[in-house]
Design a binder for this molecule. Structure first.
Ligand code: FES
Ligand code: FE2
Length: 415
């Protein structure tokens, strides 16, 4: 298949048009396979983990870059290292634990040893046994090994890249996104916990969802009904010029009538039917002092920073085959959180998380799309809300940041 062609018999993609997305992109196996090289191994920074998860020398965590398994660790000198989680010998996963502390990594299969950078340092029975067998005398330990990533840190986040051309992370995300990242991650972090949400849909459907400012007060009954986030509230969306990264934010509801929202027939406007026994879940501390109560930030191709009320979390979007996605949530706060803030963060995390009132809907709706388009590879979606461009806007009744995602995806894929 030529890089710029759709799969045979599938609809073409009009040049320069970001308002239609042909449905084959969510189900075509060849496209999925090519994304692994063209996107994840390309000039991007892939989110790996938080510095706070591996604070000491020897601490490690296993993670992924797309579908590539990766070990990220802090070496004996305190430097962050990352390498493919693949033994230099015959390719077994090298590290089988989710996290831990080690001075080296020894493969369970034949005992080949690797240092904290992923370099091969030892081969079991290299000289053979009783003068027989073993490796050839000219075998060079340094000549093979798992691929090593370049790492960088920003605001306590650790990113990795396999591409020599990836610019510095600050230049990659640009000033506006950087300022919005620093707004939240402005002091030492603390990790509260982690869980993985399994989604029955292609990863791009989730990335669209998280960039979809149009849906949040419509799909999410809790957001609309209890005025956590409505399209009628103040806010906006910032789209990076490449389209790749974005921030959306909403300001606190000012009270009073809300005609623009209430005149629509929405399932998310159920003030007469839905009541809260305990309204403390709606209590919020304005910890950044700017009346901005919800902010969602993405860094292409797989990072999300959420601050919804006082729930702060990073989400890592990981493809798992063409029609499944893992979303790894890490709930965080700050090292100096007092007990009241810890309680509040947990309460808001339960409101937002996949077993709460909001994100279970995002977990379901991607599957609804995947099922809805089962035989529609030659049809297309419509993304015309807010115009045809992929630019920043004061309105969130817009699909601008989703169009931005497709602009960046098409650029990376050469489509
Ligand atoms: S595959 Fe790792 S030692 Fe053989
Ligand atoms: Fe949502």
């Amino acid at each position: 298949m030529h890089a710029s062609s759709p799969p045979a018999k599938h609809s073409p993609w009009p040049a320069g048009d970001l308002t239609r997305v042909p449905y084959w992109v969510y189900s075509d196996a060849a496209t999925h396979a090519r994304e692994q090289d063209a996107i994840y191994l390309g000039p991007v920074w892939n989110y790996l983990c938080l510095e706070a998860e591996i604070p000491k020398a020897g601490d490690f965590k296993t993670t992924w870059v797309g579908e590539m398994p990766v070990v990220v660790c802090r070496d004996e000198s305190g430097q962050l290292r990352a390498f493919e989680n693949r033994c230099a010998h015959r390719g077994s996963l090298l590290c089988l634990k989710n996290r831990g502390n080690a001075s080296e990594f020894t493969c369970v299969y034949h005992g080949w040893r690797h240092d904290m950078r992923g370099n091969l340092t030892g081969v079991a029975f290299r000289r053979g046994v009783n003068g027989e067998g073993g490796m050839p005398a000219d075998f060079d330990l340094a000549a093979q090994g798992p691929r090593q990533l370049r790492t960088t840190t920003l605001c306590g986040l650790v990113f990795g890249t396999l591409c020599a051309d990836t610019p510095a992370i600050e230049a990659f995300i640009g000033e506006e996104i950087l300022a919005r990242l620093q707004r939240v991650l402005h002091k030492p972090l603390r990790v509260y916990g982690e869980y993985t949400q399994v989604m029955p849909n292609n990863w791009k459907l989730y990335y669209e969802n998280v960039k979809d400012t149009y849906h949040s007060s419509i799909l999410h009954a809790f957001f609309g009904t209890f005025k956590v986030s409505r399209l009628s509230q103040g806010g906006g969306v910032i789209v990076h010029e490449s389209g790749a990264h974005h921030v959306s934010y909403s300001l606190a509801h000012q009270g009073g009538p809300d005609h623009a929202f209430e005149q629509e027939a929405l399932r998310s406007n159920q003030e007469q039917q839905l009541r809260l026994e305990d309204t403390s879940v709606l209590h919020i501390v304005d910890e950044f002092g700017d009346q901005c109560t919800v902010q969602i930030l993405t860094i292409f191709p797989g990072f999300v920073l959420q601050s919804i009320y006082n729930s702060i979390a990073v989400r890592q979007i990981l493809p798992r085959g063409v029609d499944q996605t893992h979303l790894v949530w890490t709930l965080i706060g700050f090292a100096d959180d007092d007990e009241a803030m810890q309680t509040l963060r947990m309460k808001h995390a339960n409101l937002v998380g996949p077993a709460g009132y909001v994100s279970m809907e995002d977990g379901a709706v991607g599957g609804f799309v995947q099922r809805g388009i089962a035989t529609a590879a030659s049809e297309s979606s419509v993304m015309l809300m807010g115009g045809r461009e992929a630019k920043s806007s004061a309105s969130r009744a817009s699909e601008a940041s989703i169009r931005g995602f497709w602009k960046a995806w098409r650029q990376a894929m050469g489509i």
